[in-house]
Write a protein that binds this ligand. Structure first.
Ligand code: UDP
Length: 234
């Protein structure tokens, strides 16, 4: 087992599956099965989930809504996704806790670092909703910050691309994939992995990031079992 404690970042957009908006239940079930497989290996799992399938703060200004208000709407969107994920994980026989970056005490516990670590040690899957709880951040930054706080071994960024490429593989057919790359090289080459805040947090705290395709069945399991899946940045 390559990692003992992981922080899995799932984008909100990934939850749409084939839909244009919202949450695709088949996709959610697929993710729950992938997560259960690694849970059964004894891996401690924390998850940060995005909200881009429902709302992003940057959209707000275009529709005349204040940016900060929009960011809070985005954070609420992540709570909706987190609640859906929590429910499906439990249906798949996992114990879970949902912790929030701001107070929503009817449905989430507040994020308390020591308590989060205790949940992980007890084998609960911990989901972090509502991002960091502050506007002008993203859930990628949340993933980096929470991973450092809970002393995770790695941030696993599950995307729909199977790693970091020399160029955008969806636009440039000659793009080549990196298996390993340093933080420095990513910056020098101007590659797009995460937003700068999220990326720098990992770099400064020596926290490796692995970018991989979460939609390929078995990828999460295989990479934890030691196979070369995705791109490792360290
Ligand atoms: N957001 C925020 N602070 C945070 C995390 C998220 O303001 O700490 C807001 C921000 O508007 C963001 C939205 O919530 O656009 C949804 O998160 P994100 O865009 O990271 O979701 P993803 O792209 O992963 O689906």
């Amino acid at each position: 087992m390559r990692y003992k404690r992981i922080l899995l970042k799932l984008s909100g957009e990934a939850l749409m599956g084939q839909q244009q908006y919202g949450i695709d239940s088949a996709r959610l079930q697929q993710y729950a099965e992938e997560i259960k497989r690694v849970k059964d290996m004894g891996v401690e799992i924390a998850i940060v989930i995005g909200g881009g399938n429902i709302y992003r703060g940057v959209q707000a200004e275009k529709s005349g809504i204040d940016r900060v208000q929009g960011d809070y709407m985005g954070m609420l969107a992540t709570v909706i996704n987190a609640m859906a994920l929590q429910s499906i994980l439990e249906k798949n026989n996992m114990y879970t806790r949902l912790m929030s970056g701001f107070d929503i005490e009817k449905v989430c516990e507040p994020f308390i670092r020591r308590r989060a670590i205790r949940h992980l040690e007890k084998g609960r899957v911990v989901i972090f909703g509502a991002g960091i709880g502050s506007p002008y951040f993203t859930t990628d930054s949340t993933a980096s910050l929470r991973a450092i706080e809970i002393e995770a071994d790695v941030v696993l960024k599950g995307t729909r691309v199977d790693g970091v490429y020399t160029a955008d593989p969806e636009k440039d057919p000659t793009a080549e994939k990196y298996h390993n790359i340093s933080f420095k090289e990513v910056i020098q080459k101007g590659l797009n992995v995460m937003d700068t805040t999220a990326f720098t947090l990992c770099q400064e705290n020596n926290l490796p990031i692995r970018v991989f395709d979460m939609n390929v069945p078995g990828n999460l399991y295989n990479l934890i079992a030691g196979e070369e899946v995705g791109t490792l940045i360290e």
